[in-house]
Unconditional design. Structure first.
Ligand code: SF4
Length: 369
């Protein structure tokens, strides 16, 4: 395992080990959990830059210079029955986030028009509730998805919480849903300390129903909640196991009124290192930087791509603001990156390491269900 000793010059041993792991991943191989944990435990800025250089090469090899852009619409806001510690939309926390019922067609189609104008691949309907059962609400949700799909403007995505039956997943697929956001959030070990109203297994089971229905999976997590590096490492391996197609990494933006309101932010280099480690573990997946990037990375936002990210959540998040899309597009242009991703790129991905039976809840700052 790589040394964790802090130093500010490149350690020759670390350099050699990074080269060995990097070449292995570039050659189509994979790294073990112990090897990955060594990467998460790197301390010096010099070593982290070396790690990022390899992660960038891995991104370039498997993702080229294409960057996948997604956006979201808060389709049902606030008053969620669940107690996710990081979420401004939980009814357990007194926050100033908006509250309203499920949206009419117009705001969704307006969001799709705006997204298309900026070359954004997908619009995801995100609802702050525990999940979906069969009934009138599912009918209404399917109507919104159908309208979005038939508009032909963007890929119709959704993040609608926990699903408890195969039938619900099939209905969403029939309505035209292509990709479902459902985060695992963190490691299986750390999750129960952050949410007690549903389980990690509920999230894993939901992903299983969706995959069986032929729906692509957008599943990642949120970092900066006090989890250990080991928790981040285990999250990445869990996402590999469930076969997530898109892996959003959210960085905690402490919202007043949540238990995290006074939580110190993660240092930017720790965030970039985490992204790079995810690229080593998930070399062919879309690693998307979602909520919290503006407030946590500030002027270092563009470095997410040199750390291995291949996708970006653009536009505003559910409860907080992002920088303008135009600024993000300029950033990509300045980096020589191309936002013209299309759905065929999903086909280039690895199959999951094993079959397995998690809401984009908490995406971002945090993006809810
Ligand atoms: S993350 Fe999702 S399930 Fe959890 S409180 Fe927020 S909206 Fe509800």
């Amino acid at each position: 395992m790589l040394s964790t000793m802090s130093r500010q010059t490149i350690d020759a041993n670390v350099r050699a080990q990074l080269a060995e792991l990097g070449e292995r991943v570039l050659g189509g191989g994979s790294i073990t959990r112990d090897e990955a944990l060594g990467l998460f435990n790197l301390e010096s800025t010099a070593d982290i830059f070396d790690l990022m250089a390899w992660a960038n090469r891995i991104r370039e090899k498997f993702k080229g210079n294409k960057i996948h852009l997604c956006s979201i619409v808060n389709a049902k806001a606030g008053a969620c029955s669940e107690n996710c510690s990081f979420c401004a939309q939980s009814s357990f926390h007194q926050t100033g986030s908006p509250r309203y019922g499920f949206v009419d067609p117009e705001p969704v189609l307006e969001a799709a028009t705006e997204a298309k104008k900026h070359g954004v691949t997908a619009v995801g309907l995100v609802a702050a509730w525990k999940g979906l059962n069969e009934g009138p609400m599912l009918d209404e949700v399917c109507d919104r998805i159908r309208e979005l799909a038939s508009s032909g403007k963007t890929r119709p995505d959704a993040s609608l919480g926990i699903i408890k039956s195969q039938k619900v997943a099939e209905r969403l697929k029939e309505a035209g849903l292509e990709c479902y956001g459902h985060n695992l959030e963190t490691s299986r070990r750390f999750f129960p300390s952050q949410c007690s109203t549903h389980s990690y297994e509920d999230r894993i089971e939901t992903i299983g129903y969706l995959k069986k229905a032929g729906i692509k999976i957008c599943s990642g997590g949120i970092i900066g909640m006090g989890e250990t590096r080991e928790d981040r490492c285990d999250l990445a391996f869990s996402l590999k196991e469930v076969g997530a197609n898109v892996v959003p990494i959210n960085i905690l933006n402490p919202i007043p009124g949540t238990p995290f309101e006074k939580t110190p932010p993660l240092p930017p280099m720790e965030i970039l290192k985490t992204i790079a480690c995810f690229r080593f573990i998930l070399p062919k997946k879309e690693i998307m930087i979602a909520g919290g990037r503006t407030v946590n990375l500030r002027d270092m936002q563009s470095m997410v791509f040199t750390a291995g990210a291949s996708a970006l959540m653009v536009g505003n998040y559910l409860t907080t603001l992002n920088q303008p899309v135009e600024k993000d597009l300029q950033m990509l242009k300045d980096l020589g990156l191309d936002p013209s991703w299309d759905n065929h790129d999903f086909a280039d991905q690895d199959e999951p390491t094993q079959s397995s039976n998690g809401c984009r809840c908490g995406d971002a700052e945090p993006v809810a269900t």
